[in-house]
Design a protein around this ligand. Structure first.
Ligand code: CO8
Length: 375
């Protein structure tokens, strides 16, 4: 069995950002227009008026201040309220593969690897722009990587589940090094017309290189000591869009359930204890006391949620250095969040430092990856 390390990470950030102020102005414009268009029904009591959104609520409830997006104009246009991404021909690289290549090249540079050193590509994300051929195979082809590639989806936990899959394959010898990418174009399945969630998500892509520890030359290498994944079925975060859509009555309707929807309060209450318990039992089973941890790189969904999980795991409020947040800049980027936190806040720790990368989200799903700095 081989020891496995994370030896490189990369982040693609879209060039456009939307501040809370811009987002709220656009949503409120949309809601005002809707209310004017349906004034009669609202007056008659057959339709509820759309409530307005507020910047104060967003920051207080989530900690989010801004988000990166692939198309700002479409999202902010009150007549559109979703990104407009021109269709590409089959001969052009797909948009998910394109952003994955950017992040992948940065991760490969940090690891000091070329395509010839890599045996597999995993594209782990919470939605894929097509069913097949796999985005991962397109990335593999574009980079000139031999071997195999596949897509996987465990919503916000896709990256940690991808790390476990890759680590197990490297450990057992089926690959020497694996590139995992997490292209998250969440703006495509976010519901920008719903005030309860319109502020939550942002677009980004992360990439991670995993390889045999013995082969690692990176100056920022972390051995993967152990991984643990957990799932429990829940409808509280759901998206009903899928390939059977056209087989059903009303498939052409613009139905709310075809985009992201959630029972946010229930998610908050149910997922916090589930994740804290997963991390604590995982650490205990590996003989590591929470006090030995230098850092938690948590999924970035909600600052309040992370603060509670961090406090439950550490037995006290973690410092900002111990539990870095990137939420204020990126919002929730689904599977990429914990990897952004790791990528931005891992180089400074001394060799020997212990930490946990942890994700959680729809499914429910949660993944815990215990790492130790080696280089
Ligand atoms: N402006 C003003 N007021 C608002 C707004 C707004 N924008 N939104 C809601 N309110 C109001 C509500 O209507 C409510 O009013 P009232 O009390 O009169 O009913 C009041 O504010 C409080 O609302 P909530 O109870 O909903 O507010 P919370 O404090 O619970 O905060 C959150 C809402 C931020 C959504 C919070 O519940 C939360 O973060 N929950 C956890 C969410 C989470 O982590 N979800 C994970 C989803 S991500 C995932 O799993 C990946 C899915 C795949 C990716 C999808 C990509 C699109």
């Amino acid at each position: 069995m081989h020891k496995v390390a994370i030896t490189g990470t990369g982040i693609f950030t879209p060039p456009q950002t939307i501040s809370n102020a811009e987002l709220v102005a656009s949503y409120n414009d949309y809601a005002t227009r809707q209310n004017a268009a349906h004034a009669g029904e609202i007056e008659a009591g057959t339709r509820a008026a759309m409530p307005m959104s507020s910047e104060e609520f967003i920051v207080k409830a989530s900690g989010i201040e801004s988000r990166y997006v692939m198309d700002k104009a479409g999202i902010l246009d009150p007549e559109t309220m979703h990104p407009r991404l021109p269709e590409r021909s089959d001969d052009d690289i797909s948009i998910m593969a394109e952003i994955a290549l950017d992040a992948a090249k940065k991760a490969m540079d940090e690891a000091g690897l070329t395509a010839a050193d890599i045996d597999a590509v995993i594209c782990a994300a919470s939605n894929h722009e097509r069913a097949y051929p796999a985005i991962a195979i397109e990335v593999q082809e574009a980079l000139g990587i031999k071997g195999f590639a596949f897509d996987m989806n465990v919503a916000c936990s896709s990256a940690t589940f991808g790390i476990q899959a890759a680590a197990d394959m490297i450990r057992s010898g089926s690959a020497r090094a694996i590139l995992m990418v997490n292209p998250e174009i969440t703006s495509g399945h976010q519901e920008w017309r719903d005030r309860d969630c319109h502020f939550i998500f942002g677009d980004v892509c992360t990439a991670v290189i995993l390889q045999r520890l013995d082969d690692a030359t990176s100056k920022n290498a972390y051995e993967i000591l152990s991984t643990r994944c957990l799932t429990e079925f829940s409808n509280n975060i759901r998206n009903n869009n899928g390939f059977l859509r056209r087989t059903r009555e009303g498939h052409m309707e613009d139905r709310r359930d075809m985009q992201f929807r959630q029972e946010g309060r229930k998610v908050f209450k149910q997922v916090v204890p589930m994740v804290a318990e997963l991390m604590l039992t995982h650490l205990a089973d590996e003989g590591i006391a929470p006090g030995e941890l230098s850092r938690l790189w948590l999924h970035q969904a909600n600052k309040g949620m992370n603060d509670m999980i961090g406090a439950k795991v550490m037995g006290r409020e973690p410092t900002r250095a111990e539990q870095p947040n990137v939420l204020q800049e990126f919002a929730n980027t689904s599977s990429a969040g914990s990897i952004i936190a790791f990528s931005r806040h891992s180089a400074d720790l001394p060799v020997g430092s212990l930490g946990v990368i942890c994700s959680f989200g729809a499914g429910y799903s949660a993944g815990s990856v215990i790492v130790r700095k080696t280089g």
